[in-house]
Design a protein around this ligand. Structure first.
Ligand SMILES: Cc1cc2nc3c(=O)[nH]c(=O)nc-3n(C[C@H](O)[C@H](O)[C@H](O)COP(=O)(O)O)c2cc1C
Length: 352
């Protein structure tokens, strides 16, 4: 029997199905990080998801890492997001905002000329997506201990603004080589103070950020995304199994809404390591199909399943799964595009 379309509790939210829309950057905000009317339509079209997680949103201007991404720092941004949450709620949906601080994988041209910040001054390999195209990453500036407290406070304020904008909760982006994972991972963190060295010290920043988000939203409206060994944005860790086991042990007992683990080709079964350590809803993502998702649920390996590109291309994904309809194919050329409707809000739903 299908479990995909049965209800599940995700913290304070009761989702009518177990299909979660993955956080996906779509790069359609304006130069000031304000989402447009197209974004209102895009999320409202996908409100039949059990839960929507938004694209990564920068908590503060220094967290921006890609051209045309949205923020939650200014009152204009808050007002625009409010239209998104109202539209999703009007369609009967639930929506969390993902907070994404890019840290070292940004570029001065996205930061008003400022140097990107990081736990250590180690330049990542690869290129940033800037207003003038792709350019090599620069060497970031190491945050002082006092500045770290400031960044934690930026996440706290962003969480307050997300709740003010009507979000049902917030997700900390702890994956994909962005700032929290830069602190967590031994390859990008060579600090010798309380934020570097031992795994407990490397996890400190992420856990402080999470505590700040919980203080604003309540634990049952806070989730976190992790992607062990994704090794994206030139992130490496010397002992990832130890790192993630320690981290998730610290996440237990806090009453968090969920732990979202997306795996991309790791040889080791991190779900077997992490799921038993966590006590809230466990969300699994990364390359799922209807069949593989159904199997995960049937075997009790996940409480809910996260779909990215399939949700991007199929606004009515739960209904398509219910009736066994064919899926629209995602168009990679329009994943990240200047503020255009094409490949954003023009994927068709099934005929009524
Ligand atoms: C266009 C696109 C943008 C993405 N942007 C983000 C993002 O902002 N934050 C994030 O955590 N993951 C991001 N991801 C990763 C997805 O959340 C998800 O983990 C990934 O797509 C795997 O799921 P899938 O195989 O079902 O697509 C993005 C993926 C895609 C396709």
């Amino acid at each position: 029997m299908s479990q995909l379309l049965t209800p599940v509790r995700i913290g304070r939210a009761l989702a009518p199905n177990r299909l979660v829309m993955a956080p996906m950057t779509r790069s359609r905000a304006d130069a000031d990080g304000v989402p447009s009317d197209l974004t209102v339509t895009y999320y409202a079209q996908r409100a039949s998801a059990g839960l929507i997680i938004t694209e990564g949103v920068f908590p503060s201007a220094m967290g921006k890492g890609y051209v045309h991404t949205p923020g939650i720092e200014t009152s204009v941004q808050v007002a625009a997001w409010k239209q998104v949450t109202e539209a999703v709620h009007a369609q009967g949906g639930r929506i969390f905002m993902q907070l994404m601080h890019c840290g070292r994988v940004s570029h001065p041209s996205l930061l008003g000329g400022a140097t990107p910040v990081a736990p250590s001054a180690i330049r990542p390999e690869g290129q940033a997506w800037t207003p003038v195209g792709q350019v090599d990453f620069v060497t970031p500036r190491e945050l002082s201990v006092a500045e770290i407290a400031g960044v934690v406070d930026e996440y706290r304020q962003a969480t307050r603004r997300a709740i003010e904008a009507g979000f049902d909760g917030v997700e900390l982006h702890g994956a994909s080589g962005y700032l929290p994972e830069q602190f967590l991972s031994s390859g990008s963190n060579q600090r010798q103070d309380a934020y570097g060295g031992s795994v407990a010290n490397r996890a400190r920043f992420l856990l402080e950020v999470l505590a700040a988000m919980v203080a604003e939203a309540g634990a049952d409206r806070v989730g976190i995304k992790l992607s062990p060994e994704m090794n994206y944005n030139s992130i490496t860790d010397a002992a990832p199994q130890e790192t993630y086991a320690y981290l998730v042990d610290q996440l237990r007992g806090k009453g968090l809404a969920y732990l979202h683990v997306a795996l991309f080709g790791a040889a080791f079964d991190y779900h077997a390591l992490l799921r038993p350590r966590f006590d809230g809803a466990y969300l699994v993502g990364g390359g799922l199909t209807q069949d593989s998702a159904e199997k995960l649920l049937a075997e009790g390996r996940a409480d809910a399943v996260v779909f990215g590109s399939a949700f991007l291309a199929n606004p009515d994904l739960p209904e398509r799964f219910r009736v066994g309809a064919a899926l629209n194919t995602p168009d990679r050329n329009t994943f990240f595009a200047p503020p255009t409707a094409q490949g954003y809000i023009d994927y068709p739903a099934l005929a009524a």
